[in-house]
Design a protein around this ligand. Sequence first.
Ligand SMILES: [Zn+2]
Length: 452
Amino acid sequence: MLITHANLITWESPNRILEDQAVLIENGLIKELGGMADMAARHPAEERLDARGQYVMPGNICAHTHFYGAFARGMAIPGPAAANFPEILEKLWWPLDKSLSNEDVFYSALVCLVDAIRHGTTTLIDHHASPFAIPGSLDEIAAAVDMAGVRAALCYEVTDRDGPEKALAGIKENVRFIERVKRDKPAGGRLAAHFGLHASLSLSEETLAACRQAAPEGTGFHIHVAEDISDEYDSLAKCGQRVVDRLARHQLLNANSIVAHAVHVDGREMALLAESGCRVTHQPRSNMNNAVGVAQVESMLRLGIPVCLGNDGFSNAMWEEWKAAYLVHKLWNRDPRRMGGYDVTRLAVDNNAALASSVFGSPVGVLAAGAQADLIFVDYHPYTPLTAGNLPWHILFGFHESMVTATIVSGKVLMYDRELKTLDEEAIARKARQLSVQTWERYNRRMEQNLS
Ligand SMILES: [Zn+2]
């Protein structure tokens, strides 16, 4: 396939913006880029996809999300409003995830994937929980990912909050799915797996050891770390160590591991994160919503920690997350010089692309020969000069996800002219509306019976 009449944003380092280009895609990979006239002359027989002068750039990557949270949209939480992060878990997320059936898990993922394709997010790293539908839950999500055609890495969050049987079921689900992905390479290599853990605050010493024991060699662990200060004090009370020290002692932090949030880590914990080579993900919209604080992202970058950008289940409109990251550090520090456009780009582009490339074992997130053909078309018409140097500020102040008109993953067109090609958006929304009514009923019953 030949993408024609494209203005390219390559996200190479250094980044390049190239006008009136064509991109040749073969077997899901970018084969060649070049000037429009020359490429058209040399590849006359290729099927063509006209970009009509739009920007063509690598699809966005989300380093930490929760498909299972989709049915929370518009849901009323009974009783007094949650006053802190532990109460948000107890009043919202834990009774909600316990109300999910296998079918809910599938449709919850599908509605998120519609949103991702529409908004140009082509790679997503998910963290899943459904305590009353654990075995096979990752297969449900994998089926949705396969149907949608996006790229995703999945895991199940192991926790002790529901007793040893469910903790063991979570461990088994991770191991089973990791082995399945290794064996079958489902979705043509667009699926990957991590070993999921909820957070230190809901995990015992025994369960952490059991996870390390059960995980195949080289597995990356995906876990929430010090999202709220309560995680640190819980860990100190349990074992006399802070969260990162505790996880490091259990050998859960390696170059393939993903640590979400790290809002309350101290200097020593940052040094340990840097030594381990693991990745930290930043989710500023979620952090603001939960009022947990703001991670010291710039300090972590200075220490060489690859900080990535996720959305923690907020909309898969990743430029919204860029904007939140750009703004919140300025207000938090009362200093407009903090978290500049290049810092945001390091997270959202460079570090997210390196993460996705490592997870999927192939170059992702760059428009260059040999990379995965995960591309979006953006209908943006700048009224000031747009250069490789000032692009971050055009994205922060000018780009909007409604400008995404086409989404391509592994060379397959998932949306063109804003029309979805793989998913029936209306049918999915209709079915999800039916299912979510029942999910909300189960949630309300749990809340009435005080079963969090
Ligand atoms: Zn999360």
